[in-house]
Design a protein around this ligand. Structure first.
Ligand code: 5GP
Ligand code: ZN
Length: 114
């Protein structure tokens, strides 16, 4: 989508600190990190949110989770633990409407979220 921020990242029109790229997935550091490790894992193809991506293409849902696990390993947070977040829709606090998983780690994370 031409007016989508993360599609612009995929195209390279907006620079990003990329940590993983496959033919289906891109992972890059969040511009405003909420934890020492904060990486966004997105599908190359535009989907409005993670559940919509998984419904449209179940294998893509699995690809997103697999990539998130690979990012967590590469970032060294598997043993300490981390959180995967898929903010979805208005009440979910989603601000960018291109599917993305947040990989958050490197510190103790509080629960429940605000
Ligand atoms: P959401 O609030 O939709 O779950 O998450 C969107 C995330 O995208 C936010 O954590 C925000 O900091 C991040 N973000 C917004 N614009 C940019 C950008 O231009 N580059 C990067 N790397 N992250 C961005
Ligand atoms: Zn998009």
């Amino acid at each position: 989508m031409s007016d989508c921020l993360f599609c612009a990242v995929v195209r390279g029109d907006i620079p990003a600190d990329v940590v993983l790229r496959t033919d289906r997935i891109l992972a890059f550091r969040d511009i405003d990190p909420k934890a020492p490790v904060h990486v966004l894992v997105i599908p190359i193809d535009h989907h409005p949110d993670v559940p919509a991506a998984a419904l449209a293409d179940p294998a893509l849902g699995a690809d997103l989770l697999q990539a998130a696990a690979e990012v967590a390993a590469a970032e060294g947070v598997v043993d300490s633990g981390y959180r995967l977040v898929a903010n979805t829709g208005s009440d979910g606090g989603q601000t960018v409407h291109h599917a993305h998983l947040h990989v958050l780690g490197g510190r103790g994370l509080t629960w429940p979220p605000g």
